[in-house]
Ligand binder design. Structure first.
Ligand SMILES: *Cc1c(COP(=O)(O)O)cnc(C)c1O
Ligand code: SF4
Length: 347
């Protein structure tokens, strides 16, 4: 089969610290231990967005020795507990996550699944995917299937279509969602052929993942436009990252430009308590302050829900500026079922 342009571009990604050293003049030695543990991959387009060492693009994709810090939880969301079969995470009765791929176009240093993505030990086999589809078929409560991973759009069109067609054919499934960062990291992947295939499986929602206004390039805007023009409804999930987007001005600009390119901001995620990502975390109050600043001056259309995924698999809890409580000086969050959960907030 002919290699497509996006596959060729993907092959040209930066995958070693020596390439980074050559290009940016940094010392590669301290980073070898980091890449021995967590994979490195930066697409040619994304590496070109780096303006200088340590800038908001750099921080998201270049390994950092702080990733070796101990602490946090390897599986903070207790996914294993909610995984009836290996490719499925079923925490809410009416919707499931189906792990469609374990690879991404590029690896984000702050990834919630950083101990799993890109690792061959956690690959999702064809058989496991089929088992996942069978699981969805057998549970009539499931209306909403979220293809995630990893990045489902890293799959070739034929493989992706096979999966979408099987899910689309299940009578009780109302909608399919795809979570993908390729509009940001590999916009070449959004081809007319892909869009024409995807439109057959409407209603199809795609939540992408822009974190910084500098990621909104003409190429990524064109990729989003092509998707929307094919009837795919776009949302965006942003992770609140220290030193990247944790100020109201940066966030406001990001959200406004997203609306302009027809991408509706959906979630602003508090950084999960994942091992190796502590240097990205902000106190809960930072997100609340940003939300408070947005409300009013910025269109409600542009305002995402600020959510915290509670440790122990207790689920996502939306936080509002007046919704954070303290008990004996410790943060307490109320879940959707009314349970009060202690949250290990930054002191
Ligand atoms: C976030 C999440 C979903 C989707 O939740 P929505 O709030 O509907 O976007 C589904 N399953 C799991 C396990 C999740 O973490
Ligand atoms: S694209 Fe998503 S799944 Fe992949 S490394 Fe980044 S955050 Fe993780």
């Amino acid at each position: 089969m002919a290699v497509e342009l996006w596959q060729q571009r993907l092959k040209e990604s930066v995958t070693t610290v020596d390439e980074l050293a050559q290009r940016f003049g940094i010392d590669p030695e301290p980073l070898r231990e980091v890449t021995a543990r967590y994979p490195l991959k930066i697409t040619p387009g994304y590496v070109d967005l780096i303006g200088e060492v340590g800038d908001p693009i750099w921080c998201q994709c270049v390994p950092d020795v702080r990733e070796l810090a101990v602490g946090g939880y390897p599986d903070p969301l207790a996914e294993a507990h909610y995984s009836p079969v290996p490719a499925i995470i079923h925490r809410y009765s009416d919707r499931v996550i189906l792990l469609a791929s374990n690879n991404c176009a590029g690896y984000c240093r702050f990834c919630t699944r950083k101990s799993k993505v890109g690792s061959s030990d956690h690959g999702v086999s064809f058989r496991e995917q089929r088992e996942g589809v069978d699981y969805i078929s057998a549970d009539e409560r499931i209306r909403d299937v979220i293809l995630s991973g990893g990045d489902p759009l890293i799959l070739p069109d034929t493989v992706l279509e096979d999966l979408l067609a099987r899910i689309h054919a299940i009578p009780h499934v109302d909608i399919i969602r795809i979570g993908s960062r390729v509009p940001v990291t590999l916009p070449e992947r959004i081809t007319p052929a892909l869009c024409q295939m995807l439109r057959k499986y409407a209603p199809l929602y795609l939540n992408t993942h822009f974190n910084h206004p500098r990621e909104l390039t003409p190429d990524s805007a064109a990729a989003c436009a092509m998707l929307v023009d094919h009837g795919i409804i776009l949302g965006n999930q942003t992770v609140l990252l220290r030193g990247v987007n944790d100020d109201a001005a940066t966030m406001t600009e990001l959200l406004r430009v997203l609306l302009k390119i027809r991408v509706r901001p959906y979630y602003l995620h508090q950084m999960d308590l994942v091992e190796g990502t502590a240097h990205f975390r902000t106190p809960l109050q930072t997100g609340l302050d940003i939300i408070r600043t947005l409300r009013g001056p910025v269109s409600g259309m542009a305002c995402p829900h600020f959510v915290v995924d509670l440790p122990g698999g207790k689920g996502k809890a939306p936080l509002l500026p007046d919704g954070l409580n303290y008990r004996h000086g410790k943060a307490v969050i109320t879940t959707s079922t009314g349970e009060q959960v202690d949250y290990p907030d930054l002191e």
